[in-house]
Design a protein around this ligand. Sequence first.
Ligand code: ADP
Ligand code: MG
Length: 345
Amino acid sequence: MTILELNCIDKKYSQAENYAVKNISFEVKKGEILALVGESGSGKTTLLRLISGLEHPDAGYISLSGNKIVEGKKSVPPNKRKVGMVFQDYALFPHLTILENVKFGLKESGVDPEKTAKATLNMVGLSENFNKYPHQLSGGQQQRVALARAIAPNPSILLLDEPFSNLDAMLKDQVREEIRQIIKETGVTAIFVTHDTRDALSTADRIAILHKGYLQQLDTPRKLYEHPVNAYVGNFFGRRNEILATATEDGFYTSFGFIADERSKKFHGKVRIIFRPEQGKIKKSPRQALNGRILKTAYYGDHQIIKLSDDEGKSISIRTNPYKVFPANSRIFFSIRDFELEEAF
Ligand code: ADP
Ligand code: MG
């Protein structure tokens, strides 16, 4: 069931030369967590502001729970939209206790503010902190107060702008998992903005990627990562290797050796073989393997990246387990699994 629909949304700020977002259409299903990713300035915050009613689009419409909340000049005011917001800096009221912070959003909701606020704080695991002030809590706890305040009025959709960016790396992994669980338990539909592709891949049901205001692709994390619709999307989620090859009847000739592959029949002449470092696999034997010379290795503790070169100086990277030490300049064998192919002209 669709809860949110954006249809051909355009927005250009007065004074601005280009559209902040252009021709954006997508739907979000009930209970879904959608991540919105893209470089700084790609239009992520603008989209959230359009949905929440803080900005008005130049064209298109937005529906929430089957009702048009914006179309043409008509617009439902922000406080009547049933949209919950969690901001990057949490925006808690410093002079109010956390219970008062959560009750604040419930004034016009028709529910018992005290009871609902306490129940929501319990749910986010803050039952012992009702009377504390925001500054007495850790970053992760403040984050959960902000979440409780946004969820308590039972919004149709929850919007979170860079919710993890103020947390340090160790805390972030934990908070990300907690927030995902809370969102899933309440069944609320959520859109969260992030510039961190790991956050998006591990937390979202689907990811929408924006580039200069245009929606590039909206898909599951796996689809986006493994089958990007264009090079921009592919490279956004981490580096990819490209090898130029010549297709023949039974495989591909490359400067690293020959790859037997049925798919070559569908190609003529030059193709590009595209793969991520983790799709490369070091092999012990030269049988059916490619080979390259080790330029250098970079050690990361939980993995290492080996940079290999062909005889002409073209280099690629392979990600492998950290255990074996590979001396520079030695020759190693490798294979590539499930690579993508593109016609090269
Ligand atoms: P993101 O959140 O992805 O970083 P934004 O939605 O904030 O991107 O911005 C999209 C584009 O709109 C950028 O080019 C930005 O400079 C511009 N922009 C954002 N807010 C305003 C504003 N209030 N007035 C004019 N231009 C703006
Ligand atoms: Mg932003």
